[in-house]
Design a protein around this ligand. Sequence first.
Ligand SMILES: Cc1ncc(COP(=O)(O)O)c(C=O)c1O
Length: 396
Amino acid sequence: MDFQQIGALDATYYMNTFGSRTPVAFERGEGMTLYATDGTAYQDFMAGIAVTALGHSHPVFVAAMTDQVQKLVHTSNLYYIENQAKLAETIAKHSCADRVFFANSGAEANEGLIKLAKIYHHKKGTGRYEIITLRNSFHGRTLTTVAATGQEKYQKPYAPLTPGFVHVPINDMDALLGAITPKTAAILCEPIQGESGVHPLEEGYIQAVRKLCDAQGILLLFDEVQTGMGRTGKWFGYEHYGVTPDAFTLAKALGNGIPIGAVCAKQFLADAFSPGDHGSTFGGGPLATRAGLCVFEVLERENLVQHAADVGAYFGERLHELGAICACEVRGKGLMLGVEFVQPIAKALQTALFEAHYLVGAVGNTILRLLPPLIVTRKDIDGFMDAAKQALAALV
Ligand SMILES: Cc1ncc(COP(=O)(O)O)c(C=O)c1O
């Protein structure tokens, strides 16, 4: 099928939740490169929104997935699953978590996380059920994760939402203290807000939040759906802050494109789930958990977490050069980067880069968002910078 035919089918049959997308459909990928239906090669600086950390068609990943599909794809959680047990062990050994539950997406993992926090307080009889999250956060598209998400535009049409969520401004300790009540069960946040334009939490803020939670019996929960699995130059975003959450979620890069989510908790909190309290048909199936095991294996074998820190620092430095063409602020850690321009040119720059065969994201009219696969090289970044400078200079 050519692109026109795909677009026509989409316009007729697919629900119009995504509006007019970037006008391209991809047929195959290799490393940093995606090939469109007409054969045009694009350099992928979005990694499917922080998902394909190993790049496209990584040979070790292809071999693992092929082998697993040939052996076994699904059995259900009525039976024990070797890959599930091994991936839970691997996550626990790499993180502050002791136990893991697998879901199928970031939103579903966050649902599990919120349920875990609520059932913990329910079983302890604390009477606490409110969850404080941050303004401009993004936690998913299910009704409860939309309620958790601190953005009215996602909430309005779906009222009434799950009650019990309170939103406070990011990095504002006074606002947080003002929102705490005897009903506060947990504080949930992304270490770096991604979807709203790459806004890192401040170290002092997170450390103060951790202290506050310890002092008041409040759970600290991190949504690491985007920041997890090496994206920020450490395995998990919380490692930048010298604190550990009581539980956190993963998704996106954990499966490198095979859908999977994970609720990862310290023992005392994980113990709140008893048999029957939570579950999933697909969650933690043999294929998705094999994908997760393969992602850990390749990230380790190719030292990609350290690589993300190194090339991410290089990329961040080079992005400052754009400021000579149009004033901007560069934010983020590792390979989770955003550039906020003083002029409303982000969408036009995204389009110009697409025409130069680079895929990037834009948040609103001012923020460019960059989430390349963790295999990106300095040479790839140099190529991107040449294209970005040329495109930006033509716009201002
Ligand atoms: C921080 C964060 N949490 C949750 C989600 C939702 O994940 P999913 O789209 O897999 O449900 C996203 C997706 O962008 C995210 O960035």
